[in-house]
Design a protein around this ligand. Structure first.
Ligand code: ZN
Length: 196
């Protein structure tokens, strides 16, 4: 299959996931302005890790995980953070890409859909951003923390909402975590910033 065909299959799997999780369908409608954008793939350490160690995955997440593993070599991996902010080990075991959004493999201005992978034993420091986001866990597990809320550990199919500029953080322990994240609101193309 061509990269475009694989990415389209992954987008279809993300759409199925969007309709399977009530919290996600409520958070944002599926975009109706999606257009293919021809981004070149960029290498990243997450390619091999997503394929070899995605973490535990059950139920409706399995086809989505398979579709994301299939496109790992075809996507534009990004890091957003510097070594000063998060450390070398973090950058060597983390990566994210924009499946759909203002700068994604599929362009839409209605939402943003990103995929993020964190290897085991990572501390994602407190950060914030203007758009609201809804994390969904595809595989693995992570401990989520947000100002004003109790910590919780999320697994396949669990979701977590972060309000506009609500500082939040995440820790992975023995397991990695693979997430599909939906965004809405102003500033969809802006990078997150560390909370000071
Ligand atoms: Zn966030």
């Amino acid at each position: 299959m061509s990269a475009r065909a694989c990415l389209t299959a992954a987008l279809d799997a993300a759409r199925d996931w969007h309709s399977a999780l009530p919290a996600v369908s409520v958070f944002c409608p599926w975009p109706d302005d999606l257009k293919w954008a021809d981004h070149s793939p960029t290498p990243g350490p997450a390619i091999a890790l997503v394929q070899s160690n995605p973490g535990a995955c059950i139920g409706a997440a399995r086809p989505l995980l398979a579709a994301l593993q299939a496109i790992a070599e075809d996507v534009e991996w990004r890091h957003s953070y510097t070594e000063d902010e998060v450390g070398r080990h973090f950058l060597d075991t983390f990566g994210w890409f924009e499946l759909a959004g203002p700068t994604g493999h599929f362009i839409t201005h209605q939402t943003r859909i990103t995929v993020g992978y964190w290897g085991p034993g990572l501390n994602y420091p407190r950060h914030q951003h203007a758009p609201e986001e809804l994390y969904t866990v595809v595989s693995g597990e992570a401990q989520f923390m947000a100002d004003g809320e109790a910590d919780c550990t999320l697994h396949t199919g669990d979701t977590r909402f972060h309000a506009s500029n609500q500082p939040h953080a995440m820790i992975t322990h023995a397991s990695p975590v693979l997430t599909l994240v939906f965004w809405r609101g102003d500033g969809l193309a802006d990078p997150p910033r560390m909370t000071t």
